[in-house]
Design a protein around this ligand. Structure first.
Ligand SMILES: [Zn+2]
Ligand SMILES: [Zn+2]
Length: 332
């Protein structure tokens, strides 16, 4: 099969992904084999490719927003029929037995695997998944629009939940890429007002087009105090600005898996019971709940589509803030 494979981490400017033929995987046990139609590109892929996330498997096929059709199943995979259209997300498997899994916090599992980091992902014509970790995809979304739902969408949704935003509340979104452009639609569906801070003018326009009350630069101060905020940009220097924008008792959720160093904070920014918390992965329940609300709204996904062999180009564009909405690889 054709795949884009990363021999070892390197700056994306050096175009490190190699487009080539690799053996097609075979499902065993509880695995399913998915014939990939589309794979979304996530900033986490960039962190894997550039080595900000230390390599866990090398070489690796990145990609964890995979949409395709189940073409074959292992002898123990009983949950989905061959021919079902499914999504594969970042959380590839958990041990199911650790204290976190038993407490319903499988996103914090002690022994998880991750698609496109610890096991091969979807920058390829075929990918393996665990049958209990794939998500059936509603008919309303075509393959290209469904792919960004699987990480940008689900993680954005979990970040919204952890931000504790409520109906009628004011929410700040810092960074307006793939995750934020979905999260704003869910937040507004819940009756919240959204204030978007992002350095890129195209992203500001996208936010306004999606109904943001106000847009400003990445550390601009919104005109009102916010109840909740989410930082999607991987830039630690945004954290003090976002805290400054919060009212007393407000919550700041950090949506990324990697962030540059957060500068020293004046305690005044945190005092008055403001909360800062990170968002780590997602539970399958987050995924089911998000995909349900995404279909109800239905969320509108802006995509920029690239062929598989142009993955390096797409990732360079992502690094330079040149993607409006979500970048997606069209495999078939
Ligand atoms: Zn576990
Ligand atoms: Zn992701």
């Amino acid at each position: 099969m054709k795949a884009c494979i990363l021999p070892s981490p390197a700056p994306i400017e050096s175009n490190p992904l190699q487009f080539k033929d690799v053996p097609q995987p075979k499902p065993t046990g509880t695995q399913v084999l998915v014939r990939v139609n589309a794979c979304g590109i996530c900033r986490t892929d960039l962190h894997v490719i550039e080595g900000e996330l230390a390599p866990r498997k090398s070489p690796i096929i990145p990609g964890h927003q995979v949409v395709g059709i189940i073409e074959a199943v292992g002898e123990g995979a009983k949950q989905h029929d061959i021919g079902t259209r499914v999504g594969i997300a970042w959380l590839h498997s958990t041990d199911g037995t650790c204290e976190y899994c038993r407490a319903g916090k499988e996103n914090l599992c002690n022994d998880p695997t991750f698609t496109g980091w610890t096991v091969n992902g979807g920058y390829a014509e075929y990918a393996l998944a665990e049958d209990s970790f794939v998500y059936p995809i509603a008919d309303g979304f075509d393959d290209l629009k469904a792919a960004p739902l699987l990480c940008a969408g689900i993680i954005g949704f979990r970040a919204l939940r952890l931000s504790t935003i409520e109906r009628g509340g004011r929410l700040g979104l810092y960074g307006f890429g793939a995750a934020a452009h979905v999260a704003i639609q869910v937040a507004q569906h819940w009756g919240a007002e959204v204030y978007a801070c992002t350095r890129d003018e195209r992203h500001q326009k996208l936010a306004l087009g999606l109904g943001a009350k106000w847009v400003g630069g990445s550390v601009s101060e919104p005109p009102v105090k916010l109840d909740s905020a989410i930082v999607f940009a991987p830039a630690g220097e945004i954290v003090p600005a976002a805290l400054k924008a919060l009212r007393k008792g407000g919550t700041l959720a950090l949506g990324g898996i990697h962030m540059s160093t957060i500068p020293p904070l004046d305690y005044d920014l945190l005092y008055q019971e403001r909360v800062v918390r990170s968002v780590a992965n997602n539970t399958r329940q987050d995924g089911y709940d998000f995909l349900k609300v995404a279909a109800e709204i239905p969320v509108h996904i802006s995509t920029e589509v690239f062929p598989l062999e142009k993955a390096n180009k797409a990732l360079n564009a992502l690094k330079n803030d040149a993607i409006r909405g979500a970048a997606v690889l069209k495999i078939r």
